[in-house]
Design a protein around this ligand. Structure first.
Ligand code: F6P
Length: 323
């Protein structure tokens, strides 16, 4: 192994920079040449590949976003695109590729590594935590902390007006951001795609709450919940409970930005280090995860999003603690 390249792909996540820094510095420590690729796979196709030094990653561990920029690249889904990518990587004699991204990015890496002789290592970088083979993903902890900061603020104003708030958080098809931020802010109800929620049951409870004068009600809805998101949930509540003063807040992309939390910086640093280590050890085409605080390898094809179960006990906790 002599020359490795690193890129960030798909939706950005806080901590991606810390992961890039770890890859670059670990590579240099092992006397490898490390190349950065701009804009994910698109940068390979456009040959936006440049050598990085230790100082290229100075002063970034605390920054959100990604200095390598990111993109979603349709061409890389086609064989012709991947062939061109291979040719460009070969121009720089790259013999190892580290991809920091989500499941879509791993799909591409998996195909690429099967077709061409450049080993790939994936690092899970997504706020959604929707990847198998790791207890968390780079960015999740920060996103959840951003969400709870926002929801705490919403609670203040909800309390002042005795209002019901329906708050929508991100997560694509996964409900982890909703589950964690909802529990951490004491939400009365949490709606996630992994578990069907009967909105009528919530409405009945809201009516009972009103009888017993529970004044603040927070409902956290994952954007992927099948009820159709916060606006639809609020519409149905307003229809059945016109007496409640109901408002909607969609947190949106603020959940993707900001300085990474300590947990995400450490996760990213350990994973970036482990990715270079794996390439040096000849471990190829895996995603680096951390399971029970130990580095864990998952073949790239197995890491792609599997709808995971959420233990029903979590919802029992929500119900008991919000009662
Ligand atoms: O995967 C991260 C994520 O922020 C999801 O939670 C969300 O559904 C999606 O990306 C939003 O994508 P975009 O940035 O393209 O609007």
């Amino acid at each position: 192994l002599n020359n490795i390249a690193v890129l960030t792909s798909g939706g950005d996540a806080p901590g991606m920079n810390a992961a890039v820094r770890a890859v670059v510095r670990t590579g240099i420590y092992h006397q490898l040449n490390v190349f950065g690729v701009m804009y994910g796979y698109r940068g390979i196709l456009k040959n936006e590949i440049f050598p990085m030094e230790s100082k290229s990653v100075a002063n970034i561990i605390q920054r959100g976003g990604t200095i390598l920029k990111t993109a979603r690249c349709k061409e890389f889904y086609e064989y012709e695109g991947r062939k061109k990518a291979y040719e460009n990587l070969k121009k720089h004699n790259i013999d190892g590729l580290i991809v920091i991204g989500g499941d879509g990015s791993f799909n591409g890496a998996q195909k690429f590594s099967q077709e061409f002789d450049i080993p790939c290592i994936g690092l899970p970088g997504t706020i959604d935590k929707d990847i198998a083979g790791t207890d968390s993903t780079i960015g999740f902890d920060t996103a959840v902390n951003t969400a709870i900061e926002a929801i705490d603020k919403i609670r203040d104003t909800a309390d002042a007006h005795d209002r019901l708030f329906v708050i929508e958080v991100m997560g694509r098809d996964a409900g982890y951001i909703a589950l964690h931020s909802g529990i951490a802010t004491g939400a009365e109800h949490i709606m996630v795609p992994e578990r069907k929620t009967e909105l009528n049951d919530i409405i009945e409870e809201l009516q009972a709450n009103e009888r017993r004068k529970k004044l603040v009600n927070l409902i956290v809805v994952a954007e992927g919940d099948e009820t159709g998101g916060a606006n639809e949930v609020a519409r149905r509540i307003k229809e059945s409970c016109p007496q409640l003063d109901t408002r909607v807040c969609i947190l949106g992309h603020i959940q993707r930005g900001g300085s990474p939390s300590c947990t995400d910086r450490i996760l990213a640093s350990r994973m970036g280090y482990a990715a270079v280590d794996a390439l040096l050890e000849g471990i190829h085409n895996v995603m680096i995860g951390i399971v029970n605080d130990k580095i864990h390898y998952t073949p790239l094809d197995k890491a792609v999003k599997a709808k995971q179960e959420i233990d029903p006990e979590w919802f029992k906790i929500v119900k008991i603690l919000a009662s």
